[in-house]
Design a protein around this ligand. Sequence first.
Ligand code: FBP
Ligand code: MG
Ligand code: MG
Length: 337
Amino acid sequence: MKIINPQTLGEFIIEKQSEFQYSSGELSRLLSAIKLASKVVNQEVNKAGLVDIIGAMGNKNVQGEEQQKLDVFANEVFIAALNNREVVCGIASEENKDFIEVKAGKNANESKYVVLIDPLDGSSNIDVNVNVGTIFSIYRRVTSEGTPVELKDFLQPGNKQVAAGYVVYGSSTMIVYTTGYGVNGFTLDPALGVYYLSHPDIKIPEKGNIYSINEGNYIKFPLGIKKYIKYCQEEEGERPYTSRYIGSLVADFHRNMLKGGIYLYPSYSHAPKGKLRLLYECNPMAFLAEQAGGSASDGFTRILDLNPIELHQRSPFICGSKEMVIKVEEFMKNANE
Ligand SMILES: O=P(O)(O)OC[C@H]1O[C@](O)(COP(=O)(O)O)[C@@H](O)[C@@H]1O
Ligand SMILES: [Mg+2]
Ligand SMILES: [Mg+2]
């Protein structure tokens, strides 16, 4: 698909802003700050083997996970880009225990948005030149503008998101995002450092033949998930499905969104809440999936309807083509009966 004179991301952001009569341009400036930060991180990711960005930092983050140098670098770049432009009043990150209040000088700033980020997704793949990503989720604050931001500004259900998206750093670098009016993808032209609209109005096929799950945890999975995996592997109709698992949520989600498929990170005996974080992994991907015609659940409940109580809480996550998610929910429900 060759798009003649594709629109740049900058032009697209401005065009979409003009569709909202009373828009202040704040969200556009926020998206532009994310765009800029992604280019800086992209440069380091692309030459990861050459610069001192490979390997562990030697300390653990709030999740108890070994922090990678690129986790810390990406975290600093995104926080700086958002902070310096005062386009948000608060930031929460996978790599920071507490949320960060963004001040305008000494005062609380007037911005009405908070952003939650997973600055580097797929950390286990950094050193081995496999796709990694960045995930972001944006909300309007619930406390009054100009007052200090509070935890409750971040602990909102996913159905309140104003915008969400991800950057995938791979064979090409892309930004894919939604503001609640469909999902669009932009590819970076590394020579010009410009993102162009390469994937307009992305729709995820209703059903696919790809399933993505870390089967290494099979024996620890709930019965419903075990039965679903067996279902995927049966010789029947369009099955067996193809198993594909990169181990970077962004990359596995991106492939499944374009081709049709399902990504599962369920609870398992060692992690009753699963691994992925509700606020800056599950919610943004669920918003994108639904905006592209797919769905996302924890096996029983729509992810976007879950009420968060902690910044770094985890949730089982099943996401992708609508018919495939419904099938998993059927297996989970029947296994529970
Ligand atoms: O190695 P596992 O247990 O399969 O987990 C892989 C999953 O964990 C993650 O790496 C978690 O994200 P982070 O790398 O941001 O911590 C996901 O991207 C990925 O889908
Ligand atoms: Mg992640
Ligand atoms: Mg991460």
